[in-house]
Design a protein around this ligand. Structure first.
Ligand SMILES: Nc1ncnc2c1ncn2[C@@H]1O[C@H](COP(=O)(O)OP(=O)(O)OP(=O)(O)O)[C@@H](O)[C@H]1O
Ligand SMILES: [Mg+2]
Length: 265
């Protein structure tokens, strides 16, 4: 079953006084329980594409200038903000690219989780705390009671990333948009976070839109791959087909660079 359908998306960036199209003609869909990976070089438009799904872009800088985004039949681009807020965090969870800047440094982890829960549901502090501790445990954060009282700077990068995933999953979303959820982490922690995502995906039948520049992650995790190059999807294929028979010159270059790296190790 299709959760998200994006058609002909166009995003324009401010250049001086004008907005100029940067992301153009982006179309894809994400099914329940499946992972679509979005790959491409730095600055090609992956993050702004993700942020546009929930209309989280700063309209002074980036505007959605064309196309449509449907989530379970709802037109996200024209939904009143009150309804969109309900979808954010409830039906669609998002892990942002930079976990340190998305966690508030002056509030404890527990405080932030409880606030996020109470934003979406009218529950008592005690109930919200119980739910928060449960979420921390389910993303395999060690000693949840202790972490609950700690501040973001006291957590390792891997732990912070787990907290971000917990935060994104609090509302039991159907779709998770994860923008480079493992990039800043070392290889071992990266593998742990990915296997966590795979487990949670199976448990919750989550659809995932996963941004990564790591083709190893793509090979292991994705069902379908979108290759983005300067704001356009230049290739879209099931993961195996992409690796076995890349069509576009840019995809070939991307794959060759990984093979070369692998060869020199
Ligand atoms: N808030 C913003 N205001 C203005 N321009 C922006 C903003 N965010 C991104 N851009 C521009 O949009 C383009 C795409 O950026 P984006 O962050 O989506 O790239 P990316 O593919 O996610 O790169 P990376 O792999 O480095 O995260 C870039 O040219 C960037 O400078
Ligand atoms: Mg990005």
């Amino acid at each position: 079953m299709t959760l998200l359908t994006v058609e002909g998306l166009q995003l324009s960036l401010r250049e001086g006084d004008r907005f100029t199209p940067f992301v153009e003609d982006v179309s894809f869909s994400v099914e329940k329980g499946k992972t679509v990976a979005l790959v491409g070089e730095s600055g090609c438009g992956k993050s702004i594409t993700c942020l546009s799904m929930l209309r989280l872009l700063n309209p002074e800088a980036v505007q959605i200038s064309g196309g449509s985004i449907q989530f379970e039949g709802q037109d996200l681009l024209h939904l009143p903000l009150s309804q969109l807020r309900h979808i954010r965090g409830n039906s669609i969870g998002m892990v942002f690219q930079d976990p340190l800047s998305s966690l508030n440094p002056v509030f404890s982890i527990g405080n932030q989780l409880v606030e996020a829960i109470q934003n979406h549901r009218s529950v008592s502090y005690a109930e919200a705390k119980e739910k928060a501790l449960h979420m921390l445990a389910s993303v395999r954060v060690s000693r949840p009671e202790l972490r609950f009282t700690e501040y973001p700077y006291q957590l390792s990068g891997g732990m912070r990333q787990r907290v971000m995933i917990a935060m994104a999953l609090l509302g039991e979303p159907k779709l998770l948009i994860a923008d480079e959820p493992t990039t800043a982490l070392d290889v071992t922690i990266q593998a742990q976070i990915l296997s966590l995502l795979i487990e949670l995906q199976e448990e919750m039948n989550l659809g995932i839109l996963l941004v990564t520049h790591d083709l190893g992650v793509v090979a292991e995790f994705a069902d379908e791959v979108l290759v983005m190059h300067t704001g356009r999807i230049v290739e879209r294929a099931p993961v195996q087909a992409l690796f076995e028979n890349p069509q576009h010159a840019y995809t070939k270059k991307l794959l060759a660079s990984v093979l070369k790296l692998g060869g020199t190790q």
